[in-house]
Design a binder for this molecule. Structure first.
Ligand SMILES: Cc1cc2nc3c(=O)[nH]c(=O)nc-3n(C[C@H](O)[C@H](O)[C@H](O)COP(=O)(O)OP(=O)(O)OC[C@H]3O[C@@H](n4cnc5c(N)ncnc54)[C@H](O)[C@@H]3O)c2cc1C
Length: 463
């Protein structure tokens, strides 16, 4: 495989603005053995390697990465370190009980601080800023959803300090979104430059003695070994950390729906724009559309904003040609200008995307079988940045056979239910995007009557 730095930099704003040169680490050179082999150097694989080495410095940990560390969703995402469990609370509660759901939710909150502390301790300059999360309603239907969300959180016992309902005026005090009607704010979230976090983490893994083989594709994974194009890595423990890419392995094609999320970024915006916009608290911001946007103010004063809606293709669901999509790009530009009019006219310098892994029930799993030594984590359904750190810590405890609060979390050994065979998964994904997009348009036009329409796709959304 020939390496092109340009190809890597083109994957996202975060990659494009990464300082220095991107040189791949050496590939695996023939057969080797170790204690733990991890396939995939995204945040799941890297946090797992990092936490294992932190706990047991003598462990021989090897990470096998097809491209370069951070190449996947981890180096392209919206940089929201957002707390909250991937999956539907009420569904988790059916299998684990309400208290376990509360404990899990709290663990995701703590993980936000944990990531910030680790990044600081490792000297990772990734723009971590704990500004919380602001979600705004921009039409009447969204207003109802925001109110319902706050009520729902109260039912789970979370108070004002965890989820605060905001009036229009309170939203505008934070950021000038002219059509904001109401909103809510939670302090449990941070902004980060994800590629810098992933790259810094890879270096921290190496400082602790881990080895990362880049430009090395795993061909298959089985108990005790990972077979790659350059040799076999034998290991007592083998962890698959390939999230959306998992579907490329022969027997895993239905494990996830690889859902593309796409982003754009503006040029760095001048002070005059920020004077008008506010946004001094560095909150990550979203609206309450079904195909919601997610945005952050970057360390270099751009707005990076993303959303879903890119069509999923039957047959080869992961392909670089899906990382850009003109209609989605245009929708994001329209959303940017409508939501943050002070930025109207700003140059759009970047457009990119990547695949995230959505399991059939939209619920993440951290799985490890002590009899085979095989494990995996993923299925974060777009909420992976905080969750990957929990996966890494949990897999560490499971591999080292340490019982902990983490090893009793609801997602531990949560079975992954496969998606229906094609073309049903394709139909489901088209229906999800199509119906959500249509419902958003109807709601933007002033109607609240989209519940029946949305009910059609509810069975595909993990409810
Ligand atoms: C555009 C976008 C925006 C997002 N925004 C957010 C957000 O703001 N907040 C949030 O919490 N989540 C967000 N997500 C989701 C989040 O980024 C992911 O859930 C998370 O990064 C998954 O990390 P991972 O390490 O499990 O997988 P990945 O980061 O995808 O890493 C998997 C790695 O495995 C490697 N690999 C694949 N196959 C092989 C093989 N055969 N052999 C060797 N290596 C292989 C890949 O090259 C890749 O580096 C977003 C995702 C996208 C795409």
């Amino acid at each position: 495989m020939s390496f092109s730095e340009r190809h890597i930099r083109d994957r996202s704003l975060w990659w494009d603005t990464l300082p220095g040169t991107i040189t791949p680490r050496p590939a695996l050179q023939g057969d080797t053995d170790c204690d733990v082999a991890i396939v995939g150097a995204g945040m799941t694989g890297l946090w797992t390697a990092y936490c294992l080495l932190d706990a047991e410095p003598s462990l021989r940990v090897r990470v096998i990465e097809r491209q370069v560390a951070g190449f996947g969703a981890s180096g392209r995402n919206g940089g929201w370190i957002s707390a909250g469990i991937a999956g539907v609370h009420s569904e988790w509660a059916k299998t684990s009980g309400d208290d376990a759901v509360r404990r899990a939710e709290r663990a995701t909150w703590e993980s936000v601080d944990w990531i910030g502390e680790r990044a600081a301790a490792e000297g990772i300059d990734c723009g971590f800023a704990k500004g919380g999360i602001l979600s705004v309603a921009r039409n009447e239907a969204q207003e109802q959803r925001i109110r319902a969300h706050v009520d729902y959180e109260r039912q789970w016992g979370w108070g004002e300090q965890d989820v605060m309902a905001l009036s229009r005026e309170q939203v505008l005090e934070r950021v000038h979104i002219p059509d904001a009607r109401i909103g809510y704010f939670t302090p449990h979230g941070a902004r980060v430059n994800p590629a810098r976090l992933a790259r810094g983490l890879a270096e921290a893994v190496e400082r602790k003695g881990g080895v990362i083989y880049e430009q090395t594709a795993a061909e298959f994974i089985e108990p005790g070994r990972v077979v790659t194009e350059h040799g076999t890595v034998k290991a007592d423990h083998v962890i698959r950390a390939t999230e959306a890419f998992t579907v490329q392995f022969a027997n895993q094609s239905r494990a996830y729906l690889p859902l593309y999320s796409l982003m754009i970024a503006t040029e760095p915006l001048p002070k005059t724009v920020w004077d008008e916009l506010g946004w001094n608290g560095l909150e990550t911001i979203s609206d309450a559309h079904h195909l919601f946007f997610y945005a952050q103010r970057t360390t270099d004063d751009r707005i990076a904003i993303g959303g879903r809606g890119a069509p999923y293709s039957l047959g080869s669901p992961i392909d670089e040609k899906f990382e850009q999509n003109e209609p989605v790009r245009q929708r994001l530009i329209n959303t940017l200008y409508a939501s943050f009019p002070a930025a109207r006219g700003a140059q759009i310098t970047h457009h990119w995307g990547g695949a995230l892994g959505v399991p059939r029930d939209w619920s993440m799993s951290v799985t490890y079988d002590p009899t085979t030594g095989l494990g995996f984590a993923g299925g974060y359904s777009g909420h992976g940045v905080a969750a990957t750190s929990l996966s890494g810590r949990t897999l560490t405890d499971l591999i080292l056979r340490r019982e902990s609060d983490l090893t009793s979390m609801p997602w531990v050994n949560h079975p992954v239910r496969n998606w229906e065979p094609e073309p049903l998964r394709w139909i489901a994904s088209r229906a999800i995007v199509g119906i959500m997009g249509k419902s958003d348009k109807i709601e933007d036009a002033g109607s609240k009557e989209t519940a029946k329409r949305m009910a059609i796709i509810r069975p595909f959304l993990g409810h």
